[in-house]
Write a protein that binds this ligand. Structure first.
Ligand SMILES: *[C@@H]1O[C@H](CO)[C@@H](O)[C@H](O)[C@H]1NC(C)=O
Ligand SMILES: *[C@@H]1O[C@H](CO)[C@@H](O)[C@H](O)[C@H]1NC(C)=O
Ligand SMILES: *[C@@H]1O[C@H](CO)[C@@H](O)[C@H](O)[C@H]1NC(C)=O
Length: 260
């Protein structure tokens, strides 16, 4: 907590407004909305994207260039709103040890835990400059965030390589930098460098593994006995928790125009 306030002080006048807004909105959006009671909202016409969502919830949307509608989880109550949730972990209801095609298309339950899908993430980052926000919490309930103001990935032909991150801000540490320029890997598609460890097999999730990680947010959800020890294959962000597990994660993206 002390570290957090020092950080806020150091961020300077330019960022003061934005930081104050983040501070005020710190509660987890999940605490605001009971997702198990939500029905997907149909807004007559579709929502183009989460920047149009007035409330937290599930919405129907069209992706640019796609014929079928899809459901999206939007967060309006958090840090100025406009967020599309692309990943979420909070209990152990969804297995994240999945193959390439599943990571490509997405899996899980938008009301609880899920991975939104690389193809959709790619389409979002491709359509306009996008920022990304990683919110996480350890077993003691301490929260930390990391954000990057120009997140973009390439498409399938480049195996969804992280193309840019932009500037890092936050308190969890710069855990994505090591993964910049790395393609995505799953247990059935090792893309993290010839001669290197098969990181996805070793560390469970699909991720932009290097050799191997400083973040592993799609790793294994810790079992009870793994909660208070090092767990290399579990959900991790090493600058925050080293290899001790994280038990809540929410990753969100939004166009940078929302905050300017
Ligand atoms: C959330 O909604 C579900 C379904 O309507 C209900 O069963 C449950 O009790 C609600 N939980 C809370 C914390 O209000
Ligand atoms: C979205 O697509 C599904 C499946 O194709 C369809 O059943 C549903 O009615 C569509 N939603 C709207 C709002 O049209
Ligand atoms: C993408 O991944 C596949 C399977 O791992 C690999 O054969 C291919 O060379 C990769 N493509 C690029 C551009 O790295």
């Amino acid at each position: 907590m002390l570290r957090h306030w020092l950080l806020l002080l150091l961020l300077g006048v330019g960022a003061a407004n934005r930081q104050r807004r983040y501070g005020k909105d710190r509660p987890d959006p999940e605490e605001v909305t009971n997702y198990s009671s939500i029905k997907v909202k149909h807004y007559g016409t579709f929502l183009d994207d989460c920047t149009m969502a007035k409330n937290d919830g599930l919405y129907t949307t069209f992706f640019k260039g796609q014929k079928k509608n899809s459901t999206v989880r939007c967060v309006a109550s958090f840090f100025g709103g406009g967020w599309t949730v692309i990943q979420r972990r909070r209990e152990n209801t969804v297995d994240f040890r999945r193959n390439w095609v599943e990571y490509q298309n997405g899996f899980g339950d938008l009301k609880s835990e899920f991975w939104y899908g690389l193809e959709k993430i790619f389409r979002i980052t491709m359509s306009e400059p996008t920022e990304i926000f990683f919110l996480m919490q350890n077993t003691e309930g301490t929260r930390a965030y990391a954000m990057y103001d120009r997140f973009a990935i390439f498409g399938l032909t480049k195996n969804y390589t992280i193309r840019s991150l932009g500037e890092y801000r936050g308190e969890a540490g710069n855990g994505m930098l090591y993964h910049l320029n790395m393609p995505f890997s799953t247990y059935d598609r090792k893309n993290n460098g010839r001669g290197q460890d098969d990181c996805s097999k070793l560390f469970w999730g699909g991720w932009w593994y290097n050799n191997c990680y400083t973040s592993n947010l799609n790793g294994k959800y810790p079992a009870k006995k793994e909660m208070h020890t090092k767990c290399y294959r579990c959900i991790a962000w090493t600058y925050f928790q080293q290899y001790r597990p994280i038990t809540f994660v929410q990753i969100m993206m939004r166009p940078i125009r929302v905050r300017t």
